[in-house]
Design a protein around this ligand. Sequence first.
Ligand SMILES: [Zn+2]
Length: 324
Amino acid sequence: MSLYGGIDLGGTKIQAAVLDGVSNVLGSARRPTPVSGGPADVAAEMETALRDAAKAAEVEPAALAGVGVGSPGTVDEHGAVTSARNLPGWEGTFPLAATLAQALGCAVRVGNDVQVATVAEFELGAGRLYGSLLGVFWGTGVGGGLILDGRPWRGRGGAGEIGHVVVEIDGARCTCGRLGCMEAYAGRASMEAHVRRQHEEHGRKTDLFKLMNEHGHTRLTSGIWARALEKHDKLAERTLERAVRALGAGVASVVNVLDVEGVVIGGGLGVRLGHPYAQRIAQAMQPHLFMDQRPPHVHVAALGDLGGAIGASLLFERPTGRAA
Ligand SMILES: [Zn+2]
């Protein structure tokens, strides 16, 4: 049976997996994403992660039928990646597929990280019962992936940017520089900036930064937000309520246009906060849905942390759980 590799290139971690032809994970490995250097250094860590996963699966990388990669940034048809956000020194274009193919000795294909994770949920995860799906990846930013009529929809290459759906005219400043985007309220980076201002400039009490320091982080990770909620931290609760309201308005607006059957909530925060928050987002969508008597099904991503790597491996087509 042919074996396949998948690599998910994230802003904080690189996740690799080796799978068999029906997408059972035979081995996996994780490395931190380099914070300095450039694309060649990132590619070297990706190679190491895949080699570790292959070792766990007891296979040589060169024997794999192919390795798929999910990457941020713009990906061209040759697997070159341009302006990969949150990655060191990656403003220009880097031949990622060619570099990894040379290093690993097998075929390599590169796709957009959010798109391949959406395909994974559609083929194997929470979206496998549906013919159309919206993937919402709620993390540092808010990414979106689309499956319409059974096929990924990329538009002219820029489709799915759900984080930049406007939920308030002239609203909060987004990381993209525009005003009122959903991500300006719901993205982890924007939420952190918001609570920092509330805490430092307006004197609002919160244990978020204390928890961050106690756990040795320099950012408010999804885990820190979850711990603050467990402790009923008022500022954390109010900021997440604001995020949920923005997600409800933004996701419902997209559903009004596309009328998808299913919505899968993934990403670091989406997976960490889990089912209760998926339900809260569904409730927040309800007042904005035009066809409110027939809302789409809303689920948490079922493949969790490995979803990106599994989805990347699906860039090499094969019989899957959805076939037949
Ligand atoms: Zn924006």
